[in-house]
Design a protein around this ligand. Structure first.
Ligand SMILES: [Zn+2]
Length: 201
């Protein structure tokens, strides 16, 4: 009888576990081909990319699943870093391959989207960005905007307030972890502060 009770308890735990997993909100569910459709990147570069599924708590407090196109060489470290964000319940607004915004970085940023691969130049230059090889990741641009030396902020109207939800600072575990693995954080830069940007050149 007691044993039977234990088994039912175990069963109950199993099904509740399953139903909570079913509560994940899906923000992106593409195939790899869909996630790179229309990119101008050469084939050998495309072959170095992969599509990573990530889970995160968004600003609604709910668990979401999104996708990010990255270079295979950063896959393990980024996977670990996202697990860290999830464990700390650090809010990430949404993670959707930038193809959804027609490869337009401004549109993606305006929408507070987190993304990585985009075959494009560094804003205002003719040099390929680290995003072009999938080795750079932008997270929560609205909470972590770019601040130029003249005080201009991108995306427009955003505010950088360290300590607020979804906002990075030099003390954030995620920032410290990636830097310990040889990544750079744009918030450390002097020419401008790219607070949402992380890369491994
Ligand atoms: Zn970036």
């Amino acid at each position: 009888m007691y044993k039977c009770f234990l088994y039912s308890l175990l069963f109950l735990l199993l099904i509740t576990g399953e139903s909570s997993a079913g509560d994940i909100i899906i923000d992106s569910d593409m195939t790899f081909e869909e996630s790179i459709a229309g990119t101008k990147a050469p084939k050998d570069l495309i072959d170095s990319l992969c599509l990573l599924n990530v889970e995160y708590y968004s600003f609604d407090g709910k668990l979401h699943r999104g996708q990010i196109v990255i270079n295979k060489v950063i896959k393990d470290e980024l996977t670990e870093a996202f697990l860290m964000l999830k464990k700390e319940k650090f809010s990430v607004h949404k993670v959707i391959p930038i193809v959804k915004y027609n490869w337009d970085d401004d549109e993606s940023m305006k929408s507070n989207n987190t993304s990585a691969f985009n075959y494009r130049f560094i804003a205002g230059t003719q040099r390929l960005s680290n995003h072009a090889t999938g080795r750079a990741v932008d997270i929560n641009p609205r909470q972590n905007p770019v601040i130029y030396r003249d005080g201009k902020i991108s995306p427009k109207g955003a505010k950088y307030q360290p300590g607020q939800e979804g906002t990075f600072s030099g003390d954030t575990e995620f920032v410290k972890f990636l830097k310990s693995k040889g990544w750079r954080w744009g918030g450390d830069w002097v020419s401008l502060k790219d607070n949402h940007h992380f890369d491994k050149p």
